[in-house]
Design a protein around this ligand. Structure first.
Ligand SMILES: [Zn+2]
Length: 442
């Protein structure tokens, strides 16, 4: 078969044509379609690959997951009553989505490999060499561990160091699974409680002082006298390093205080967390970190080097393609305190700066994200919204069916809770829904 033009897309303000050798396609998956494009006033005919792929996604049944939330929001049946913690939409090896290519179930990662530059886009291929983001629905019934994700530089150095030391990737004490950072954005579908960033120094001092725990007295005084980055670093490291009897006494002191103040939401939360993680040093974290509840439709960004934890609720999450997690409590897993402290920025994040203010244009809410790995937008009640494609995209229908149409005549409708993968070569498409749909891209 001769070489065919399979896509046209917008690149640096110039429309380009891309050629793909159909006869060397190893998976024999291309379906050819005639389509007509108008470029700079000229009408052209091209043969294209399909532009819309319904996704079949992996559901992760982590123990902290809700058994009912994903079923009730999206109708994803749960006959065995297992936790439905996360739906993964993307090409990550630990839970790769499948798509139908010419009637054959195909891993998204495999499909991308058939022509990376055409599917994820030339610029993305050069910069990342893979789909640079992972998109999730996350439904937490129990709190997840408090965690910090390293910066890109730290991840690169840490990964190289552990590779050199010959620590297996699967080892329990391995910190760096890849050389990448892992910034995250979370968008609430239900009220979504979380911790994010340090409280103001004075706030932390006041909360710990009120506990009147004798064994912590010196530490609290030291922080009071050093209300700065170095003071907080020392305090945080000393708290996480408490061991044995001192740790037990401190945690018991905290719980006694919480029992007496359970009318206060903060201490009611600590008692709840104590049921989930008895004796865990992370029970002190709500006194160090901002605790907030996102309302449905609100979103926040979780930056590198910033401690955070998801406590309860269902939301959408998009993140860079990484598995690098340094834990800081509320976990039975390995904690490397030295590495954690080296990867944490001990700077307060004022609580009123946590919510993201999206920019509104072209019918969508676009969330500001300070990294190049992903973009995230939410559209509401759209009639034939025209969307231009500059990278591979994943659309998720949130609360009503979503229909996408391409100028090549292709159309696909997905129900709420379902998602569609759109390769870069699609160029542009229109989307219609009476509800919200989310758009992950980069
Ligand atoms: Zn995280």
């Amino acid at each position: 078969m001769p070489e065919q033009i399979v896509g046209l897309w917008y690149n640096s303000c110039v429309f380009e044509q891309r050629k793909l050798a159909i006869d060397t396609d190893p998976m024999n998956t291309k379906i050819l379609m005639k389509s007509v494009f108008e470029i700079k006033g000229k009408t052209m005919t091209a043969t294209t690959s399909p532009c819309f792929f319904r996704m079949h996604n992996v559901i992760q049944d982590y123990a902290w997951g809700s058994k009912t939330s994903i079923e009730s929001l999206f109708g994803v049946a749960n006959p065995e009553g297992k936790p439905q913690a996360e739906i993964w939409m993307g090409a990550h090896p630990n839970g790769c989505s499948q798509i139908d290519v010419a009637g054959k179930a195909t891993r998204l990662a495999e499909f991308i490999e058939t022509d990376k530059a055409a599917i994820i886009g030339e610029a993305t291929d050069k910069q990342f060499g893979e789909l640079p983001y992972l998109f999730k629905v996350l439904a937490a019934e129990k709190a997840l561990s408090i965690q910090v994700h390293p910066s890109k530089t730290q991840a690169e150095a840490g990964f190289a160091k552990e590779q050199q030391a010959g620590i297996p990737l699967s080892a329990g004490h391995r910190n760096y699974k890849d050389p990448n950072h892992k910034p995250e954005l979370v968008f609430a579908l239900t009220p979504y409680q979380a911790m994010n960033g340090f409280r103001e120094f004075a706030d932390i001092v006041t909360l710990f002082r009120a506990l009147e725990i004798a064994d912590l007295h010196e530490l609290v005084i030291a922080l009071e006298e050093n209300q700065n980055e170095a003071g907080l670093r020392q305090f945080f490291e000393a708290m996480l390093s408490l061991q044995g009897e001192v740790k037990d006494i401190a945690v018991n002191g905290l719980l006694t205080y919480a029992e007496h103040h359970k009318g206060d939401e903060l201490f009611a939360l600590i008692l709840d967390l104590a049921d989930q993680y008895p004796g865990d040093i992370g029970l002190f974290s709500p006194l160090m970190l901002n605790v907030l509840t996102l309302q449905p439709g609100e979103a926040m960004f979780l930056d590198a080097c910033t401690p955070h934890a998801y406590i309860k609720g269902t939301g959408l999450e998009i993140m860079a393609n990484s598995d690098n997690v340094l834990r800081a409590g509320l976990t039975p897993k390995h904690m490397d305190i030295a590495e954690l402290v080296a990867s944490t920025r001990f700077v307060p994040m004022p609580a009123d700066t946590l919510l993201l203010a999206p920019e509104q244009s072209e019918g969508g809410l676009h969330y500001p994200i300070p990294v190049p790995d992903f973009k995230f937008s939410v559209y509401h009640n759209q009639q034939e919204a025209v969307l231009n494609v500059a990278s591979a995209e994943i659309l998720l229908a949130i609360d009503a069916a979503l229909t996408v149409n391409h100028s090549n005549g292709e159309t696909l409708t997905v129900e709420k809770g379902e998602s569609v993968f759109i390769p870069t070569y699609a160029g542009s498409y229109t989307a219609t829904s009476t509800g919200r749909f989310a758009r992950a891209y980069n």
